[in-house]
Design a protein around this ligand. Structure first.
Ligand code: GAP
Length: 447
């Protein structure tokens, strides 16, 4: 548990260029991410994912699910309730410990996280600050019409507890044996004191977490395994090695449950900061829930007669934060044919569209043929279709949102039943028969 990312300090700060501004701008202009409730003046660092953002965020989550669940025999998924018994948060320690230290500035009345600002108010420079007090980050609400203590409930601040409280259910229904994992992707909520840096830290966000249950004497081995495996995931999806690192927490940084934690960090425009925490949570959570619920949460090996409480290795990533890192890493500006372009060198698995079908003109014969091409590719991947403006402008528009392939249907296509496939990164163009286009694109996408 890193309350509000208390361990997310940005050391080694590089000079802040305008990369962040350009990416935030692109996100708004091209429909990735909009400030929420903009027509009402916005709402406190909340964001809406637009037509392209929803595709990309889904791809990030799918890539995680594919690596963590689909491609493995030892991990299963769940989708637990966001609103559940407050006893979960009592047992997990969130009610008592999930706090950030909050200070008020007596001069301008702004509120700050004490651990982030030293002794001076960043807004007005005053040193007249209140003593820090613990502020619980969980959003409180009431289940049902009566607002009283008995109906208090909390929006989950992490998906992880859903896996612990379902441990026995999953064990019984899947007959898994440690080492095995339970994975979940979903929304979490934290009443962050200082949400900041676009979608890096927001009050509503999505997590991709997995709890990997192991025999206690194997926890060190599996901790190392998940460090390597999770770092490799980001590299495989195109984040360059010099923008990624693993940082081990010092002992005074460790959460109360952790026997070891390391963060996968990304070099954000403001410096190194956390993308994912990988923690050795020991048997803390299963013992805590067993103690509070009175249920046995352990593994019994019928073959050996052995009975034990598994230890847990937890790779915990943020989907929305990771999407932002992929955008920052992919953004580039270069020159094509003497013309400047901005381009997202996104891995095709993450790009909102894999293909854009572009009829050379709005000609009556070209458009229906282009629709045929579009329909032949739609079962394979997400396709855009654009007939407006010059073909050069349309290539630029697709480059800017990271579409790896453009398929152009021109007047020759009417004669030779072939189309031009253009590559976003090399801008190379090749002629491909329409009959083998789907196969060609599938090959390029590795499908
Ligand atoms: N179950 C452990 C846990 O939740 P965490 O380090 O607090 O650990 C895991 O959160 C990941 O969730 C972080 O590395 C980050 O990517 C993401 N995350 C946490 N708080 C966030 C916030 N306020 N906004 C966006 N992402 C957040």
């Amino acid at each position: 548990m890193t309350a509000g990312g208390a361990q997310e300090q940005a050391d080694d700060v590089t000079p802040k260029d305008d990369l962040m501004e350009r990416v935030v701008n692109l996100c708004k202009r091209r429909g990735f991410i909009f400030p929420s409730a903009e027509i009402y003046g916005g709402f406190r660092s909340t964001y809406d994912y637009g037509p392209l953002g929803v595709l990309m965020l889904r791809n990030v989550k799918d890539a995680w699910w594919k690596a963590m669940v689909q491609s493995r025999h030892d991990v299963v998924g769940i989708d637990a309730a966001i609103l559940s018994s407050p006893r979960i948060w009592e047992a997990s320690g969130h009610l008592a410990n999930f706090t950030d230290p909050l200070v008020d500035c007596r001069s301008c009345h702004e509120r700050w996280r004490a651990d982030k600002i030293g002794d001076t108010c960043p807004n007005c420079g005053s040193k007249d600050l209140t003593e820090p007090r613990a502020f619980n980050l969980m959003f409180k609400t009431y289940a049902g019409p009566v607002e009283e203590d008995a109906t208090v409930a909390y929006l989950r601040p992490e998906t992880a507890q859903g896996m612990f409280v379902n441990f026995a259910n999953v064990l019984q229904t899947t007959r898994k044996k440690p080492p095995f994992g339970i994975a979940q992707v979903g929304k979490s909520f934290r009443n962050e004191i200082t949400p900041q840096n676009f979608v890096f830290r927001t009050r509503e966000f999505e997590q991709m977490e997995m709890e990997y249950f192991v025999p206690p004497d194997e926890s060190a081995k599996w901790f190392e395994y998940w460090l390597d495996t999770r770092l490799a995931w980001y590299l495989d999806l195109g984040i360059p090695g010099d923008k990624l690192r693993l940082r081990h927490h010092d002992s005074d940084e460790l959460s109360h449950y952790s026997a070891g934690t390391a963060d996968v960090e990304f070099r954000f425009p403001w410096g190194w900061d956390e993308l994912e925490g990988i923690a050795n949570r020991t048997d803390f959570d299963l013992l805590a829930h067993a103690g509070h619920s009175g249920e046995k949460l352990e593994y019994f090996d019928q073959a050996t007669g052995e009975r034990y409480v598994p230890h847990v290795i937890e790779p915990a990533a943020g989907a929305t934060r990771t999407m932002m890192a992929f955008l920052l890493a992919a953004y580039d500006e270069d020159e094509v044919g003497g013309e400047k372009r901005s381009v997202l060198h996104l891995d095709p698995r993450l790009a909102p569209y894999q293909v854009a079908v572009l009829p050379l003109s709005k000609n009556d014969a070209l458009v229906p043929l282009s629709h045929q091409v579009l329909e032949s590719l739609q079962p394979l991947c997400m396709c855009d279709f654009d007939v407006t403006q010059s073909i050069g402008r349309r290539y630029r528009r697709q480059d800017e949102v990271g579409t790896p392939y453009c398929v152009t249907v021109d007047f020759d296509s009417l004669e030779d039943q072939a189309v031009t496939v253009r590559d976003r990164d090399t801008t190379e163009q090749v002629r491909v028969p329409m009959a083998s286009l789907a196969e060609e694109i599938a090959g390029r996408l590795g499908r």
